[in-house]
Design a binder for this molecule. Sequence first.
Ligand code: F6R
Length: 369
Amino acid sequence: EKGGWSSFMAKEVSEQPDAVANTLRGRIAGAAVVVPELTAFGDDALRDIRRIVIVACGTASYAGQVGKYAIEKWTRIPVDVELSHEFRYRDPVLTADTLVISISQSGETMDTLMAVKYARDAGAKAISICNTQGATIPRESDAVIYTHAGPEVAVASTKAFVAQITALYLFALHLARVRGSLSEAEQAEQVVELQGIPAKIATTLLQESTVHELANWMSDTRAVLFLGRHVGFPIALEGALKLKELAYIHAEGFAAGELKHGPIALIEPGQPVFVVVPSPRGSAHLHPKVVSNIQEIRARGARIIAIAEEGDVAVLPFADTVIRIPLASPLFEPLLAVVPLQIFAMELATAKGLDVDQPRNLAKSVTVE
Ligand code: F6R
């Protein structure tokens, strides 16, 4: 079943262009996003939403954090992202105009299922984003957007993650169309960008050899830090989670702006730090701030691995390694930037002789609270 791949994870990482394409399929009509499952949910119900709460665990929650930026930007509806297991035990405020979106690859995660049930009992509507047909969470929801990424066998989530983010973008664009919060021209622009993502992920996968060398070089590293900003922040968190679960290395993701509020004290000579660098074109206001963060930690001896857009020369004087991603509009960059981080964790685990498909202590689907 692995085909010629060394692991299911390697296979699933390589399938990410298809995962995104399959999630998009049948949901774009001309220059606009029309998700049939949301049409069935009802335009009036979508227009009534005043607040969105995303519930999920682990990697799926990071997809939710990326989705928050897109939903808020395109629809102007406030979005909170909550870990499912924290959500229902603190008496959350839920009203009939709150929409709860759950995200789950397996559709069986008990914490997320209980959060959905709790929300519906409190009168909120629930939409699920799920990769597994007929799973429990979609059955307990008012509507489901399936990600169609194909079965994910490796314990570490990869192709489901990019498909979840894609589904959230589709949700946001459908909602923006129904509510009229985005002009037709803006909607059309996003649709074109989105359709270009699978090919750009394929290009990003070609960076594998750079990442492979890096992983071999770093096989006895004890701690790795990840920095990002805006949609790059959840990607930093995801990069750290992948490294923990696969390579058993202590790893932490930070919002780059938080550095000077504490984490910079961790920087000592030789400390590897991955930095997800925002686009100098698309995020002209954030790019220089992240470059200056890089300079600050470089001056304290950090070894910088920059994930930066093709043509971004500002990082060159300060980065020890640059991993290039193709140009994309800022909201779509996470779909590219996460790829080298997945490969890095996988390669480092392999270099340490670990089983990348079955990390210790973990199960694919967590069906207990
Ligand atoms: C990390 C990972 C987990 C899952 C989490 C939610 O690689 O796989 O963090 O993302 O357990 O699982 P699902 O999406 O099945 O609800």
